[in-house]
Design a protein around this ligand. Sequence first.
Ligand code: NAD
Length: 499
Amino acid sequence: MRLIDHFIAGGTGGLVSPRKGDVFDPNNGGVQAQVVLGDAAVLQRAVDAALAAQPAWAATNPQRRARVMFRFKELVEANMDELARLLSAEHGKVIADSKGDIQRGLEVVEFACGIPHVLKGEFTQGAGPGIDVYSFRQPIGIGAGITPFNFPGMIPLWMSAIAIATGNAFIIKPSERDPSVPVRLAELFIEAGLPEGICQVVHGDKEMVDAILDHPAIGAVSFVGSSDIAHYVYNRGVAAGKRVQAMGGAKNHGIVMPDADLDQVVNDLAGAAFGSAGERCMALPVVVPVGADTAERLKAKLIPAIEALKVGISTDPEAHYGPVVTQAHKEKIEGWIAKCVEEGGELIIDGRGFKLQGHEDGFFVGPTLIDHVTPDMDSYHNEIFGPVLQIVRADGFEEALSLASKHQYGNGVALFTRNGRAAREFAARVNVGMVGINVPIPVPVAYHTFGGWKRSAFGDTNQHGMEGVKFWTKVKTVTQRWPDGSAELGNAFVIPTMG
Ligand code: NAD
């Protein structure tokens, strides 16, 4: 059986990890590989390699660091087919979607190619007599990333590209469900000319995560995953004196105003609710039609669109989406569907028990539509993370706005309307971090920043863009004086002022 090993100092690190985890084949069920589950000793090996390599990398001028990013981008592009196949085989998303996953990450690599420009500091000449002040950003030293299963290409690239381009050594602990793509990316970094020890991969579960959070040499930890774990990671990392950003779960609302173009909305919803089997933190699993008439018109158009969706294996070019990641996750999704019905939801399309011919043991869940879901239901309050669309009806704009604003999660939200005034007001007032106006999945471009509000993110900096640069660097400010002897230097016992 294939064994997925750590990637330390450009190789496997020469350590045997006795614990191993199963990596499943979501298309067919069963185990396709095993991943080693490391511990503090494995992490120490990676930290030692990082400590040895990082000072020289930080001293490499930013233009040379950027050249490695350019070469890395070309290598990822050249290997896109292989990477996408690997990603689909472990995650279950269809190949075109896996390419999109990697491409969204590559866009952050493109941003990182411009790192010499964004690392330019600030300078004030003549802040006082003979005094100049300048500020510049320096790397943290060693940074770590802990990532979820659902974007095994994009999220490791969000973190690694900026952490590395800014001069850090970076250690990634990918999801143990689909760990192969981050290893392949680390290998491509070395091929692109990155020194060994600057991008490393350690595998594991809670034991490895705790070792990362407690290690005194790791100065910054970026986490993406579910909210309870994000909160735990944030608290433990901060208690250990680290800089931590921890992105959590989501339950994004798509609000449909009576004047919206319903054909376009249905098209958008089909992709945003069911694409990648709903396993996206920016999916739209809740639709809020405003007014009973909008709800009925929308439902009439949604039903045939959902019934026409094709579920298939991840290599099927015709499939709209593939299996979910594990049998346990399939059971959890089906459990939430049952719970929602028990709570009074009206089941319109039931995806439970879906079997794909020839792949009966695969982890498939059919598309599911549930109407008359209400805010007091647990199944509304919680993230289902599957191909399930819940309809929550609202009487007016204010009610719809307040649903999204009051939900425990605040990652993304979308408003569908032709009314610019309503859109403007919605964007200003909604209590959510990323807003789409007639854009169903408002994931910001790489040079802006990604991050939710409320229980969707702990910490105060976002991923990528300038927020990413700030997270992976610390600012140093130098005040220098070269007196020419003409001015009185004042009393050294009084706090200096510019008065
Ligand atoms: P998860 O929280 O189970 O796992 C995330 C990481 O935490 C993994 O690397 C895992 O090994 C580790 N982990 C798991 N249990 C742990 C524990 N008890 N202690 C310490 N570490 C632990 O998340 P997942 O199922 O892999 O991913 C799906 C979740 O991620 C969803 O909630 C989704 O909304 C969220 N997500 C959020 C964003 C965002 O940017 N807000 C993006 C993608 C995914």
